[in-house]
Design a protein around this ligand. Sequence first.
Ligand code: ATP
Ligand code: MG
Length: 237
Amino acid sequence: MINIKNLTVFIKNKKILDDINIHINKGETFVILGESGAGKTIFLKTVIGLIKADAGEIIICGANISQIDENKLLDLRQKTGMVFQSSALFDSLTIWENVGFFLLEHTNLSDGEIREKAEKSLNSVGLKDILDEMPEHLSGGMKKRVGIARALINHPEIIFYDEPTAGLDPVTSESILSLVAKIHKEYKTTDVIVTHDLGIAKKFSDRVAIIDDGRIFTVGTWEEVVKTGHPIVSQKE
Ligand SMILES: Nc1ncnc2c1ncn2[C@@H]1O[C@H](COP(=O)(O)OP(=O)(O)OP(=O)(O)O)[C@@H](O)[C@H]1O
Ligand SMILES: [Mg+2]
């Protein structure tokens, strides 16, 4: 489903991702654990084509994202959804416009049709009657749900989650994680979750990778990566 070979990314002359090799299978929940600054967000942004790789290959659903043209990249974007760290909603847009942003930008669908799709997507993350609200009026947990609704709007095959529980209290975190699990089951998505939350890796992952200073330290099941004794999996939960 996702095949990453020798991926290297520099930002401002600093090597941020260093020769990353990862293969993610269809239907898998793949968790990438790493400390703050390890390169998790840069990794996701590179995989979805927002940041250009300096070396290596990223193959998603059979397409090499560095070689395909703009139209094919848009097709591929429709097959993937990204839930950004801190939700990344546009403050000046209503909730339905945020959820339907991709469709507003890249399709000829009417506003009415997009609104309807946004409503369905919001319903499937448990939100009702907030289509015309502004993001500033929502709680952190609701913003996360809106971010998930936005990622879901095209019924993606793959969802990338950047720190889905960061900044949320424990109860809200649990409810977001239940939602992630529900979507995984209902939509049969392949999930890539980056986090420093060990609980997510332990409870949800089929496999875990540890990313440390831009390099993959290890990949395996939770039990296997714990055995490596890497500091990130040796810390107290
Ligand atoms: N625009 C930028 N300019 C310069 N350096 C950057 C930029 N964006 C990120 N970096 C650097 O790249 C490294 C990786 O950043 P990244 O945001 O991917 O970390 P992260 O693992 O997502 O951390 P966090 O858990 O805090 O979100 C960090 O050292 C960061 O300082
Ligand atoms: Mg990050």
